[in-house]
Write a protein that binds this ligand. Structure first.
Ligand code: ATR
Length: 266
């Protein structure tokens, strides 16, 4: 039996176990996916290697810390964070499937990114993966963040423009944009939105990284003005799909993984 897992803290509400186990069941693979909450992430990666664990996902707050325990690939180095570790080689290798997860979520909805104008709200860990995903796919990008210095630093890294998050600057930025992505935690288990409804319009595709609730205030406001929406479960799904495909020789059973995820969200 192959054992996969997730390290992070807290991880008790993680949806990765049902998502990955649905894939094992759909493909009749002899595998399990467990959640682990170590205090020392580097020791945990070394220990997992010694134990013969097949693969690990890594979540907050350990995505940067595990870099010193793995051989990071080019994307993990670029993002400065690892969310997927593969133990099949001589040394554990570190990957970042958050970036491809964002790109595949847009592709799944037939939303082109190349030559599109995108606005990203948020410049933390999730924001960084979204920024790299959008820029690599050829979008023009403007990054807005509460702490403007973080927007500025991320914008310099990915060759984007930047600004703050007051209503006026967001409305100006969104006015001629095709894509809006929220990568802040605003809206998580609350009715708040990071972007005022007045800034939204029907020509936008709005993606939210928040998936609890699935329909955030931002996405409800976007639907109300006739914009297309992509909820946060799609990003979560496709980073998991890409991790699964790193670890196994199989094409991920996307529909089974999606159904498992969505049955646990509302
Ligand atoms: P993650 O890894 O999930 O991205 P993070 O790195 O802590 O988490 O980033 C959280 C993001 O949400 C940041 O962009 C943060 O803005 P700051 O950089 O100014 O802290 C943003 N955020 C969190 N709470 C916010 C709030 N109440 N209003 C606006 N932005 C908020």
């Amino acid at each position: 039996m192959d054992v996969y897992g997730l390290i992070g803290s807290p991880i008790e509400h993680s949806l990765s176990p049902p998502m990955h186990e649905a894939a094992y069941e759909a493909l009749d693979l002899d595998a399990r996916y467990v959640t682990l909450e170590p205090t020392d992430p580097v020791a945990a990666v070394n220990g997992a290697d010694a134990l013969g664990i097949a693969g690990l996902n890594v979540t907050i707050p350990y995505k940067q810390a595990v870099l010193e325990a793995v051989e990071p690939d080019a994307m993990a180095q670029r993002v400065g964070a690892v969310n997927t570790i593969d133990f099949s080689g001589a040394r554990p290798t570190g990957h970042n499937t958050d970036v491809i997860g964002v790109q595949r979520a847009f592709a799944h909805h037939d939303v082109a990114l190349s030559d599109q104008t995108a606005v990203l709200v948020g410049a933390g860990g999730a924001g960084r993966a979204v920024a790299v995903a959008l820029r690599d796919a050829g979008a023009r990008l403007r990054i807005h963040n509460r702490t403007e210095s973080k927007a500025k630093a991320l914008a310099a890294d990915v060759d984007a423009t930047w600004g703050g998050i007051n209503d006026e600057t967001l409305a100006t930025a969104c006015a001629d944009a095709d894509i809006l992505v929220n990568a802040t935690s605003v809206g998580m288990e609350s009715d708040e939105t990071p972007v005022p409804a007045a800034a939204l319009h029907a020509d936008l595709t709005v993606m939210d990284a928040v998936y609890r609730p699935l329909e955030t205030r931002l996405l409800a406001d976007a639907t109300a003005v006739g914009a297309d929406t992509i909820d946060g479960a799609w990003m979560l799904l496709f980073q998991g799909v890409a991790a699964f495909e790193h670890w196994t020789d199989h094409t991920a059973p996307v529909d089974a993984m999606n159904a498992a995820l969505r049955s646990r969200l509302e």
